[in-house]
Design a protein around this ligand. Structure first.
Ligand SMILES: CC(=O)[C@@H](O)[C@H](O)COP(=O)(O)O
Ligand SMILES: NCC(=O)COP(=O)(O)O
Length: 243
């Protein structure tokens, strides 16, 4: 059985921290725990609006990660300058809309090939391997190849959001075709977005995929799985105070 890698996206540890403006939970701490549990890499999306991950997190993770950072970011001058300074092992270029709840689709590479190619060259020049977050669409895959990026990450959101089995099967087949085609033209293929404990297996079974990036579902599961201990600890402290 061929190995598959897991990149753990810790954005939503920062979402919880930022909800109260506290110092906890700290994404840096979460990254260490995820690595200890077997994560092959840590993914953070530094959004232009800094709604979850902050510059401080990226700066600290750069010095503390035992595995490797996959920095997701929009293709803007500000983000390119940050990445040139941080020099993450991987940089995943993603589309970004200020109002969106989460990433809504793949990056338009074919329509802005010169801009993406220039970004790839700048990042590769500092030793960062670039991945393009794209839909499983032949034109986008061909454009990704033309840009010189060694990796793509196939957007699995439409599969994850499918509301019927038929729709999920269709999306899965579209992803399968895209993954196989990208692999056949020499691209290294990752995948991610919206994957959870009930939908991951058919994607993980695709042998061409090197790595899955998964965040929201893992952080959500951690909150639920950790709740019993968290409540018991608090109750113990309160009772101790009365003893
Ligand atoms: C690019 C991608 O699929 C994810 O990293 C997603 O954008 C995470 O961003 P949020 O955590 O803000 O949803
Ligand atoms: N690129 C996908 C990612 O990093 C995690 O997405 P999600 O699991 O939080 O939807």
């Amino acid at each position: 059985m061929k190995d598959i890698l897991l990149g753990v996206n810790i954005d939503h540890i920062a979402t919880i921290r930022n909800a109260r403006g506290t110092h906890y939970p700290d994404p840096v701490h979460a990254a260490a725990v995820a690595e200890h549990a077997g994560a092959d890499g840590i993914t953070v999306h530094l959004r232009e609006d800094r709604r979850h991950i902050k510059d401080r997190d990226v700066n600290l993770l750069k010095d503390t990660l035992a595995t490797r950072m996959n920095l997701e970011m929009a293709v803007t001058e500000e983000m390119l300058a940050i990445a040139e300074n941080i020099k993450p092992a991987f940089c995943c270029l993603v589309p970004e809309k200020r109002e969106e709840l989460t990433t809504e689709g793949g990056l338009e590479v074919a329509g802005q090939l010169d801009k993406i190619t220039a970004a790839v060259q700048r990042l590769e020049a500092v030793g960062t391997q670039v991945s393009l977050f794209i839909d499983a669409d032949k034109a986008q895959i061909d454009a990704a190849k033309a840009s010189g990026a060694p990796y793509i990450e196939i957007h699995t959101g439409c599969y994850a959001d499918a509301t019927t089995e038929t729709e999920a099967e269709q999306e899965l087949e579209r992803i399968r075709q895209g993954v196989q085609y990208a692999h056949s033209i020499g691209l290294k293929v990752n995948a991610g977005h919206g994957l959870h404990y009930h939908n991951v297996k058919p994607i993980a079974a695709m042998p061409e995929i090197i790595e899955l990036n998964i965040g929201h579902a893992i952080i959500a599961r951690a909150a639920i799985d950790g709740l019993a201990n968290a409540v018991a600890d608090m109750k113990r402290l309160m009772l101790e105070a009365r003893s």
